[in-house]
Write a protein that binds this ligand. Structure first.
Ligand SMILES: *Cc1c(COP(=O)(O)O)cnc(C)c1O
Length: 412
């Protein structure tokens, strides 16, 4: 049976009911059971052998988590999704499930700090990683070798908001038969579906905009169904018993989720699923607030630079306008010399110094002194991170209150 294609929010709200749901419950219930029992032992064996759908053990799958996976698959217009305990676990699953010794990864150098650190670890484990300027497709192409298995980019890089040349990199990966992974956390599937530019795999840190309330950690990896896994040399024979389109998710679910065990808790899956219902409403407000704040700060002589894709001065404003529904809820800015960024942050009355993103509350952080501190000044400079850079994750507060807060902190 093919499901009717509903709009983005309708599809999320009515997703659980597309499958039988216990007692007509309107939310998929939280199933806390670790194990699942069968009356017929042959049925248990069939589930283990992948011949029948069903649950075996909570580390590998859980009904509440599956309901969330179905929702993310719909949001990304994908083929199948696997949830993890955190966004980092979903990214780590790429290395665990798809790479072998001697393989090569091409990654954008404009990256979430922990992803950067993860690729350093992978380098120490027998794979090579090349960091490139992903705003230039030529840089990506020049780095590709016969051993390249994955090209990894973020949509809008956190915190400097560089935007990868998403479409051209997609065409390049498709021509070369390379798995194209797009971390969609900063845009979320409401603003952008990476499948549209040929992504093979989409990563979402559910902790951020999808959960949206800073009350649960989670991550998700979605296979868009585009990649031809018969071209991928690292698939173990045991997963080739499934149709080709399933090879990637089958191997990642076993090798990454089952073997490393960073499974999403059902309680967290429930919290994230409730958050997901309002992502469109929240992002409309957050993106409008972010644009208003970025424009106000850019016009202020005490501000040295504002980085936001919604500003005409942003180098990839054109790409963002073409590909994204709006410009995102994150921007960063630098104060002029002589204004101490800590003093500025301490004068804010609403915005909270905190390291999360995509919360309903506006959060601010001095990047070089916190999340990018471990990197040291040289690598920060290479990534365009000024020592005074302040990152702002814009919430759903009333616009006038936010504008007033950021203005009064400059005035004092
Ligand atoms: C936060 C984030 C992650 C990691 O997500 P966690 O749930 O914190 O592990 C990955 N990528 C990007 C772009 C992020 O912002």
């Amino acid at each position: 049976m093919t499901e009717k294609k509903y709009g983005f929010t309708t599809a999320i709200l009515h997703s659980d009911r597309q499958k039988p749901i216990e007692h007509g419950s309107l939310h998929k219930p939280i199933h806390t059971s670790v194990a699942f029992g069968y009356r017929d032992a042959r049925e248990l064996a069939a589930v283990f052998q992948g011949k029948q759908a069903g649950y075996r053990y909570g580390r590998q799958g859980n009904p509440t988590v599956s309901a969330l996976e179905d929702k993310i698959t719909k949001m990304e217009d994908g083929y199948a999704s696997i949830c993890f305990a955190t966004g980092m676990a979903a990214i780590g699953a790429l290395a665990q499930g798809l790479l072998r010794e001697g393989d090569h990864v091409v990654s954008s150098s404009f990256l979430f700090g922990n992803t950067n650190s993860l690729w350093q670890t992978v380098q120490g484990q027998g794979c090579a990683v090349s960091f490139v300027d992903a705003t230039e497709v030529a840089d990506v192409e020049a780095a590709i070798t016969p051993a390249t298995r994955i090209v990894f980019v973020e949509t809008i890089a956190n915190p400097r908001t560089q935007i990868a040349d998403l479409k051209r990199i997609g065409a390049l990966c498709r021509a070369r038969g390379i798995v194209y992974v797009v971390d969609n956390t900063m845009t979320s599937p409401y603003l952008f579906q990476p499948k549209a530019v040929g992504a093979s795999i989409v990563i979402n840190a559910l902790t951020k905009s999808i959960g949206g309330h800073g009350n649960a950690l989670g991550g998700c990896l979605t296979d868009t169904g585009i990649f031809d896994w018969s071209r991928f040399p690292n698939i173990y024979d045991t997963y080739k018993r499934f149709p080709t389109v399933q090879w990637g998710v089958a191997q990642i679910r076993a090798k990454s989720l089952r073997d490393f065990g960073a499974s999403l808790a059902p309680e967290a899956a429930h919290a994230l699923a409730i958050g997901a219902e309002t992502i469109a409403l929240r992002l409309e407000r957050e993106c409008a607030n972010a644009l208003a704040l970025a424009q106000m700060l850019q016009a202020d002589p005490r501000v040295a630079a504002v980085h936001y894709p919604g500003l005409r001065s942003h180098p990839q404003h054109g790409i963002a306008s073409e590909l994204f529904r709006a410009y995102g809820s994150l921007f960063s800015f630098e104060l002029k010399d002589g204004i101490d960024c800590f003093d500025y942050l301490n004068r804010l009355k609403l915005a909270i110094p905190s390291s999360n993103l995509g919360d309903t509350r506006t959060l601010v952080i001095p990047v070089a002194h916190t999340i990018f501190y471990e990197m040291g000044p040289e690598r920060r400079a290479g990534m365009g991170i000024a020592e005074s850079l302040i990152r702002v994750s814009v919430g759903i507060e009333d616009t006038s209150d936010l504008l007033e807060d950021f203005r009064q902190a400059l005035d004092s």
